[in-house]
Every structure is written in C-alpha cells, then in structure tokens.
Design a protein around this ligand. Structure first.
Ligand SMILES: Cc1cc2nc3c(=O)[nH]c(=O)nc-3n(C[C@H](O)[C@H](O)[C@H](O)COP(=O)(O)OP(=O)(O)OC[C@H]3O[C@@H](n4cnc5c(N)ncnc54)[C@H](O)[C@@H]3O)c2cc1C
Ligand SMILES: *[C@@H]1O[C@H](CO)[C@@H](O)[C@H](O)[C@H]1NC(C)=O
Ligand SMILES: *[C@@H]1O[C@H](CO)[C@@H](O)[C@H](O)[C@H]1NC(C)=O
Ligand SMILES: *[C@@H]1O[C@H](CO)[C@@H](O)[C@H](O)[C@H]1NC(C)=O
Length: 632
C-alpha cells in the first residue's frame, strides 16, 4: 500500500519526474521489418496483434514518452487526473494560437505521451460512435471496407462487455474489459437518470446508449467505462502489446522521438530517424539515429504528432514546407489541414455537501486517497476503481427544439444531420464533481454539466514551425467556434443542461463565476440554492441573455481531448492524405494508423474509434504482409 506522502507525490506527478535520470535500457536494432512511429493506442494494438500472429516478424515501436508497464498511475483508474498536472511526464500540452473565436485565448490540448498514448491516460469514458459515422467514411469519402458492417464486428472482438454479456453488438471475449467500474453509481448520476426522463418526456431511460443505432439516441443511460471488473484501466499496451514482449522480435523503445521518415530515390520509405527524447533522457546523447524498415513504416503518432512527422519528412502542403524550409518530396495539401475535436463546455454547480463526488480525488485530499487506495488494494473496488462519470445522454433535438436553437444552426442541420437519425448533436452528462484545478475554490462538493458537440462544423489545423527541431511547438489553430452554428448549438445545450441539473436533488446553486454574466435583473439569473420542482417553468432568455451565453461559451469552451482527422483517409482530390489501405499518397511502404485518418469526426469519445481503426489496420497490414491466419 502507498503511504500518504507517496500518494500525494504520485498525484502531483513529482515521482514521475524523478524518473528522468535514466539512460535507454532498450537496444534499438539497425534493421527491422516494420517500424511504428509513435507507441500509443493504435500502435499498441497493431504491433501486439502482429507480433502474436507472426512471431518471426521483426517489429520496432518507437515511442516518444516513457514506459507505462505495471505502473499504478496507469493501472488505477482514478489516477487519470494526475496525468494532467503541469509537471506531467506522461502527457504533452499542445498550445493553440490565440483566437477571437474563443475570447482571444490559447486553447491547451493535453495529449498522451507514453507507451499506450491516450489509452493510458484518458478518462476511460466508454462511448461508441453511430453506424452512420463509419458508413459516411465508406460511402461519402469513398473508403470501401471502412463502413459499420466491417468496423462493428472488429469492435466487438476487441472488448469484453461485462455490463451485459448478452447485449447485441457488444463483445464477450476481447482483451479490453468494459464495466461500470468498482464504485457503483454515484447519487448525482442516479439523480440525472431519474430526473432526466421525467423532465424530458420523450427521452426515456435505456439499458444501452452504445448500440450504434438511433435507439441509443435521446435515451438517458448509465455510462460504462474502459475499466475491468478487476478495477483496472483497459489500456491498449497492457492488453495487446506487453503480453507479447517476451518475443525478442518485438522491440518497444520508450523515450524515442521520431524526427522523420527516410526514403530512397523511388520515394519508398526505407526507415526512420529518431532522437532520444530530451525530457525522458535529459542527459543522454542527442544525436539522431537511423533505423531501417525492410517491409513497412507505420506512422501512429496521433492526430497531433503524425502530421508533424509527415511535414518534417517533406510530405505536406508546398506552401507550408517552403515557409519552414523543408525540402518537398510530395505536395500533399491535406496534411494537418483539418483538425477536429469535440468542443467541450463544463458548467459547474454547487452540490449537496453530504453527497459523494470526485472533488476530494481531484483536490488530492489525503484521507480520501488513503482510504480509496486501501480499498483498491483490499478488493479492487471503491472510488479509485472509477472515474466519476456515471450517466449521460446523446441528445438529438426535436423539430420544436430546432426552432429554439434558431436559424444559425439550420443549414448545418439540413446538410449534415437531418437524414441520419442516429446522429446526436450533443453528449450531455452530470459529472459528480468539478474536474479542474480547484485552487482558490471552496473545498466543497460540486457537480458539473458536461456538454460536448458531437460533430462541430468548425475545423482547425496543425503544422510544424521548424524543419528540424522536433521539440519546437507546432503552429496549431484549434479552429474552435469559428463556425457560428457551433456556438448556437452549444448555447442551446447549455440551457438544456441547466434545466436538468437544477431539478436534481443534489443541486445547491450555480458556481457563478463559471457561468454567463447575465444582467443583475435578468430572468436568466439562477437565484435558487436548492432544487426547483420538476414542473417549474423553464428559464426564459432575452437576446441580451443569449449574447451573455455566447460570450461565456467563447471564454470557457475547451478540448474534450479528442484530436482527430489531421491526415484524412479520402480521395486525393478531396484533400486526402491516405487511401483506404492507409497508404500515404505519393510514396511507397508508408502507412498511417491512428485517429488522424478519420475523414470526418465521429460523435463519441474517440478511444473506441482508435480501436476500430487499429483493428482494421491490423487486418490490412497482416493481409499485405501475407500473415496467416490473422489472430482470432
Ligand atoms: C486526457 C485525455 C482524456 C481522454 N478521455 C477519453 C475518454 O474518456 N474516452 C475516450 O474514448 N477517449 C478519450 N480520450 C481520447 C483517446 O484516448 C484518443 O483519441 C486515442 O487514445 C488516440 O489514439 P491514437 O493511437 O490515435 O493516438 P495516441 O494514443 O495519442 O498515440 C500517439 C502516440 O505517439 C507518440 N508520439 C507523438 N509524436 C511522436 C514522435 N515524433 N515520435 C515518437 N512518438 C511520438 C505520443 O507520445 C503518443 O504516445 C482522451 C484523451 C486524452 C489525451
Ligand atoms: C470491498 O471491500 C469494502 C471494504 O473495504 C467493502 O465495503 C465492499 O463491500 C467490498 N466489495 C466487494 C465486492 O467485496
Ligand atoms: C435527405 O433526404 C431527402 C429525401 O430522401 C432528399 O431529398 C435530400 O436530398 C436528402 N438530403 C441530404 C442532405 O442528403
Ligand atoms: C430509427 O432508424 C430507423 C431505421 O433506420 C428508422 O426507420 C426510424 O424512423 C428511426 N427512428 C427515429 C426515432 O428517428
């Protein structure tokens, strides 16, 4: 068991930092068959599956961040918040250029930087996309073999759905276990599930919010988690990659940052160049090393990392490469040109001090951690075996509600949503706590409305700012809220979440500074400090109130950590970067396999889609390398 001091140090990330005085323990071979550039979610799944199916295949995984093997901060679910610490060595923070669309702010995007990437640090919310999301990839973006008919069975195969072993479309024997976590359902979530269907008369409670069809839309559902019934995080490396590491042909090299892909004269990828990451190995030789790949180079550095490796390698928009002085090999304007993410609004309320929330976990309260870790040690249950997100709804507006959202959203609705009834506009949840740095706030209980847009119209971009410096911060524009339709939709989502939360038993008023600044005498000011009755009238908003909400949204919206689509799988003429076999256009033996290939964002949290992409990528690569039979 951990001492209290150790607990606090781990939570604040200080012990992680002490790991910095190491030298590389892994010998990287000069020549292998396949190189993965980036050892995150997708790479762990593909490399592990390939190694299991073809033990003689020489595979190298180069990951910029540290190892996660058997580390409690990756295994014990509630530690997810510690990875977001400013001292984190397991995440890196990509900072956007300031933009007026978000009140002149820089948006900060944390991304996983460790073996397992996002899967080893994420919040473990289990959400799946809609069938039409993948069918659009197949039909509208011309990618045969990427529709829901192919991807849903692959997702089934990847999971063991402990929640209900009989549920259609879910899996019963995959490596990644899914459960409700080991802490039951918190009262705040239960109230959301009780009040929601009573207040929203056409939105009932359902057993499954993740069956890929419109039956999962407009229903309140209990949130499953990427947490096993044994109270551990279902990350990719511990369930696909590490189990294969006794195979000497699989080399996993942490702290190894890929600078660029190497090509011969025929533009065939021959290997990569990398450096030992200066944050992981600060005192080590910084000279670039080269490794040969005889069969294939795979880029799997995530939506933020992959376009940067491409550009440093001479593959990208001619104007970008020229501006930073990279010699152009291929003019591919789609590289880094379409960043997407689910813009996320977290609106905090005060909650009943007697209820249980995750706030003491977020604040690093020693007593809560000590008790929680002791219980986890004892039987793998309790608060440490959960994430505090127990209930949600994927909401699709009715015709009457579309009128409330107003004309700014009408064109987007008609062109994108109207004909596809499985597409929600929002994901809305009542979070048991305020998942933020609470410095300066009273140490009491909070509950938050979390609202993210399923398919923002806005889109950003990410490009390198230096030809050679792999540590140079990228030139990143989030694009958040640059389309007014997104603001209009979120404005309505804010109002909707407010109506539900203020009817819940634990409600004790708004945390005013983190809400719109309405005029003092506005009818939109929440005066009550206790729940209102179910049949209380809805709040009425004036034009001035709407303007205050818009200002608030622009000043407070943030990432939902779902960076996506920066090297899309589309026809070349539509700005594509890879074809439907994941081959980068214009070169040979170079594939991309991570969430950068998504041609359009899906509505759900993106771990599930990373698994779908990786599973399909494994099938494609195994077939091309003549590996039979692929792992069952
Ligand atoms: C804080 C956070 C919370 C999240 N919460 C959830 C959630 O609750 N539910 C959910 O479904 N999804 C969640 N996600 C999203 C999900 O985890 C990601 O979409 C998914 O893991 C992406 O997988 P990937 O393989 O595309 O990239 P990643 O898993 O990010 O892997 C990319 C890897 O490449 C490495 N890399 C980058 N550049 C280089 C380089 N030049 N050389 C070597 N290595 C490099 C990175 O260090 C990283 O490890 C969250 C993500 C984050 C960051
Ligand atoms: C686990 O232990 C706690 C006490 O630490 C107990 O309250 C709980 O019921 C136990 N749960 C299971 C599933 O055994
Ligand atoms: C939606 O369906 C209708 C009726 O089938 C059709 O006329 C319309 O073009 C479709 N809209 C889009 C955007 O596909
Ligand atoms: C759900 O989808 C089915 C089949 O695609 C369709 O027939 C039905 O009308 C849809 N239901 C709703 C509520 O949109």
């Amino acid at each position: 068991m951990f001492s209290t001091l150790q607990t606090l140090l781990l939570v604040s990330g200080v012990i992680n930092r002490a790991a910095a005085f190491l030298t590389p323990q892994v010998t990287v071979p000069d020549r292998v068959d396949v190189i993965f550039s980036g050892g995150g979610t997708a790479a762990s799944i593909i490399a592990g599956s390939l190694s299991a199916a073809a033990p003689n295949l020489k595979i190298l995984v180069l990951e910029g961040g540290p190892t996660t093997l058997e580390k409690f901060e990756h295994i014990q679910p509630a530690r997810y918040f510690s990875h977001l610490s400013p001292y984190s060595t397991t995440e890196q923070f990509v900072v956007s250029n300031p933009s007026d669309a978000v009140g002149g702010r820089n948006i900060v995007i944390p991304v996983g930087k460790c073996i397992g990437g996002g899967s080893s640090v994420n919040f473990m919310l289990y959400n799946r996309a809609s069938a039409s999301d993948y069918d659009d990839w197949e039909v509208e973006y011309s990618n045969p073999g990427w529709g829901s008919k192919v991807l849903i069975p692959l997702l089934q195969k990847a999971e063991t759905y402990e929640v209900n072993t009989k549920a259609a479309t879910h899996g019963t024997s995959g490596p990644l276990h899914v459960s409700y976590g080991g802490n039951g359902i918190l009262e705040i979530a239960q109230q959301f599930l009780d009040v929601g269907p009573k207040y929203e008369k056409n939105r009932p409670l359902a057993a499954d919010g993740n069956d890929f069809t419109n039956k999962s839309i407009n229903v309140f559902y209990r949130m499953p988690k990427w947490i096993s019934g044994q109270g551990t995080r279902s990350d990719a490396p511990h369930h696909y990659l590490y189990p294969q590491q006794t195979n000497k042909n699989l080399v996993i090299s942490p702290g190894s940052r890929v600078t660029r892909v190497l090509f011969d004269k025929t533009l065939t990828a021959t290997g990569v160049e990398f450096v030992y990451d200066k944050h992981v190995f600060p005192d080590y030789d910084p000279t670039p090393k080269q490794v040969t790949a005889t069969k294939l180079v795979v880029l799997s550095a995530g939506a933020m990392g992959t376009p940067q490796i491409l550009e440093r390698s001479g593959i990208g928009a001619a104007s970008i490469l020229k501006s930073v002085g990279v010699k152009q090999l291929v003019n591919l304007p789609g590289v880094g040109a379409t960043y997407k993410d689910h813009v996320f609004l977290v609106s905090p309320y005060l909650a009943d001090p007697a209820t249980t929330t995750f706030d003491p976990i977020f604040r690093g309260d020693p007593a809560t951690w000590t008790q929680g870790l002791a219980q986890w040690d004892h039987n793998r249950t309790g608060i440490v075996a959960s994430n505090g997100v127990d209930a949600a709804i994927k909401m699709r507006p009715t015709t009457a509600e579309l009128a409330e959202i107003g004309p700014e959203f009408a064109a987007r609705w008609k062109s994108f949503y109207a004909n596809k009834t499985d597409k929600p506009v929002f994901w809305i949840s009542a979070l048991a706590g305020l998942p933020a740095d609470q410095t300066g706030l009273p140490a009491t209980n909070y509950m938050s409305a979390g609202v993210f847009l399923g398919y923002p119209e806005s889109s950003g971009s990410i490009h390198i700012s230096s030809a050679t410096d792999v540590y140079a911060p990228p030139n990143y524009n989030s694009g958040f809220l640059t389309a007014q339709s997104d603001v209009a939709a979120l404005r309505w989502g804010y109002k909707k979440s407010r109506e539900i939360l203020r009817r819940m038993g634990a409600f004790r008023g708004a945390l005013v500074p983190a809400h719109p600044q309405f005029a003092v005498n506005s009818a939109a000011v929440l005066k009550e400090t206790a729940p209102v009755p179910l049949n209380a009238p809805n709040i009425v908003y004036s034009a001035a109130d709407d303007a205050a909400i818009d200002t608030y949204i622009r000043s407070f919206v943030g990432t939902s950590w779902h960076s996506f689509g920066t090297a899309p799988m589309k026809p070349l003429a539509q700005g594509g970067v890879v074809d439907s076999s994941l081959n980068v256009y214009g070169v040979k033996k170079l594939k991309i396999a991570d969430v950068s290939i998504g041609p359009e964002i899906v509505n759900a949290n993106t771990y599930s889609t990373a698994i779908a992409i990786a599973s399909n990528a494994f099938e494609i690569i195994a077939k091309e390398l003549n590996i039979k039979p692929p792992r069952q």
